[in-house]
Write a protein of this length. Structure first.
Length: 264
């Protein structure tokens, strides 16, 4: 379903907007409305975080969301119940850390994802060399396991990653953790160019927060952008009708995904 979505968008001349939020932030009951607000604004896929107490890939903004979610009572069982109750037509992805997958049991975790209509799994702290069990279960259930490629990833490691890649490749735009940035790192274009011949869709994350960022990244050849901290910041502030603000930001970012693709 993920690659089909990218294919449909390509035919329409659009880059994909993948929006991240943490389930349970600010409360479990509000997650459904938040996801719907993002989709209303134009999000083509929604990455819904399953909170873990030691999120090593995330910066202060998403760490804050994870803390609020855990304090609000979020658990893996509640997470899958919330996701199962969503009635949406866009692909849903889970982003979490391997400790939770291991604790639940790899087979059960992937099975729960499938039952909850989750199409892809993103695990920042799982190296490809140790992903065999999760990968095989994902393949069995038709769930994509999304792998990361960073500016420092070597060509041999990229080649190894491509053997298992499906859904899309998560390109890390810069070294460090997630978080809003003022500009797009120069390493982003270089990384996209290194993968120009790769057929698997490529989506760029870490630091994308504005329409101009999305436009620049898509124009450089990426198939999609992943935006998290900018949305989470709105949720954290919770000023006025913050769900309407989420919709507005998603609309602006999607406009960048469209104009960037048409300016290639």
């Amino acid at each position: 379903m993920i690659e089909k979505t990218f294919s449909k968008l390509k035919k329409k001349g659009e880059g994909a907007l993948i929006a991240y939020v943490c389930a349970g932030d600010p409360t479990p009951d509000e997650t459904k409305d938040i996801v719907n607000a993002l989709i209303k604004g134009g999000a083509d896929m929604v990455e819904i975080g399953l909170p873990f107490s030691d999120p090593i890939a995330d910066g202060p903004v998403i760490q804050g969301a994870i803390d609020r979610s855990l304090r609000a009572g979020m658990t893996p069982d509640l997470y899958f119940k919330i996701i199962s109750d969503l009635d949406v037509k866009v692909p849903l992805l889970v982003m979490t850390y391997y400790n939770l997958i291991f604790k639940r049991g790899v087979k059960k975790f992937v099975s729960d994802c499938k039952k909850s209509n989750i199409c892809g799994i993103i695990v920042p702290d799982l190296p490809i060399e140790e992903s065999k069990e999760l990968f095989s279960n994902c393949k069995k259930h038709g769930v994509d396991l999304i792998f990361f490629i960073a500016p420092t990833t070597t060509d041999p490691r990229i080649k190894n990653t491509l053997k298992q890649a499906s859904g899309f490749l998560y390109l890390v735009s810069r070294l460090g953790v997630t978080g809003q940035r003022d500009d797009v790192s120069s390493s982003t274009g270089t990384l996209i160019n290194r993968l120009s011949s790769v057929k698997v869709p490529k989506a760029v994350g870490f630091g994308i927060s504005k329409k101009e960022h999305a436009e620049q990244v898509i124009k450089s050849g990426a198939d999609g952008v992943i935006v998290g901290s900018a949305f989470v910041n709105i949720i954290a502030k919770k000023e006025g009708n913050f769900k309407e603000q989420l919709t507005q930001l998603a609309t602006e970012l999607k406009e960048g995904c469209i104009s960037g693709y048409r300016d290639r």
